[in-house]
Design a protein around this ligand. Sequence first.
Ligand code: FAD
Length: 304
Amino acid sequence: MRGALFIGDPNSIDYLTSLLDRLGINNNVLFSNIEMKTYPQTIDKVYIIPEVMGTATLTSMIDILRIHDVSIIVGDTSSWVTSYIPYLAGLLSGEYIGFIDDIYRDEQGFVIKKTIFTGELIVKYRVRETPIFLTINPSKVEGNLNKEAKEAIYLSESSPFYKILTEKEKEKDKIDIQYADVIVSVGRGFKNIKDLELAEELSNIVGGVVGCSRPIATDLKWLPEERWIGLSGKKVEPRLYIAIGISGQPQHLAGIRRAKKILAINIDPEAPIFQHSDYCVVADLYDILPLLIRKLKEQGVTRS
Ligand SMILES: Cc1cc2nc3c(=O)[nH]c(=O)nc-3n(C[C@H](O)[C@H](O)[C@H](O)COP(=O)(O)OP(=O)(O)OC[C@H]3O[C@@H](n4cnc5c(N)ncnc54)[C@H](O)[C@@H]3O)c2cc1C
């Protein structure tokens, strides 16, 4: 059976490999930006890129696909992976299905399950042609795989897989909200960029990171795009999601379905976010946040 190419970081690799282990696929190849000490046994070859960098990364992927015969190219939903995989599929004229929930096999071949319309409907696709290009939503399914040390091949400028065609500086966001335990998320209820300091301060106290609704990142550009959460942004699954001045449109809710607890602060008692929240605070954020921050400080609550 042909193998699979995984594209992603070590946080997701156990999940991705246990999934394909379940499908009985071996001879797999990993393409990652971070090296691990050990890898699941189903991975034969590991390629590490020094950094994710435009067309150089893309041409490396294409070269690797030329020498490894794979039927599935599957990645996690980190922002670099979700931007490269569809592009790769386009260049290689393959079919791409993004943000799938599961893949399994029946007597006729692979079947893909995917939630659409912000969680209202589950559809199944039959895979007719391979290779197929996929990204899969992060899940709590634990990989339970034997691991063994494996030598990683570093792709550098001297490697045939690594070609730098163009170089462009991009400011990088060091924070990956996808795996954050607590997220303090800001929406259009904030009137000025400076006011986000309130969210930063709360986030520092509770040991969280600051995320946002789409307009904060795209229209206002107050936060990097990697921080926006929702249907077209990051899907997050924190222990606590604090939504401040966010109305709770379906496109935003699609990104927080897996949050364990949601606390919403909104001035409008009819805001839709309240229907999906565990804790609802009807208040002006400009009143409640300074108060909350002061109380938490008085009680000695600090980042744990
Ligand atoms: C194809 C498509 C994809 C999209 N993808 C996404 C996505 O991935 N993520 C996403 O977030 N959006 C997405 N959107 C946009 C989405 O539809 C909403 O427009 C967006 O989520 C609204 O952001 P918001 O809640 O910050 O702003 P608003 O809807 O304007 O809500 C602001 C909220 O702040 C409250 N408020 C105002 N002042 C205060 C105050 N002083 N104190 C407390 N509360 C206050 C208001 O009552 C209101 O509820 C998408 C849209 C489309 C069409």
